[in-house]
Write a new protein. Structure first.
Length: 62
């Protein structure tokens, strides 16, 4: 015989689990310290300036 479950409780439990999963994703995305954010921004700026310094000028004739 199958186990009897309360559908209302099962629906609420599923919603709680989905909310917790979404919260875990947000903690990974937004849960960084100020120092980590500054370091990431500095690395991005350095890579962009390095790339820009190696671009060729379209007006320039070889």
């Amino acid at each position: 015989m199958a186990e009897i479950i309360n559908l209302r409780q099962a629906r609420k439990q599923k919603a709680r689990a989905e909310k917790e999963a979404r919260a875990a994703e947000n903690r990974v995305s937004f849960g960084r310290s100020k120092a980590e954010k500054k370091l990431t921004q500095a690395e991005r700026d350095k890579a962009e300036s390095h790339l820009d310094s190696h671009k060729r000028d379209p007006d320039e004739t070889p």
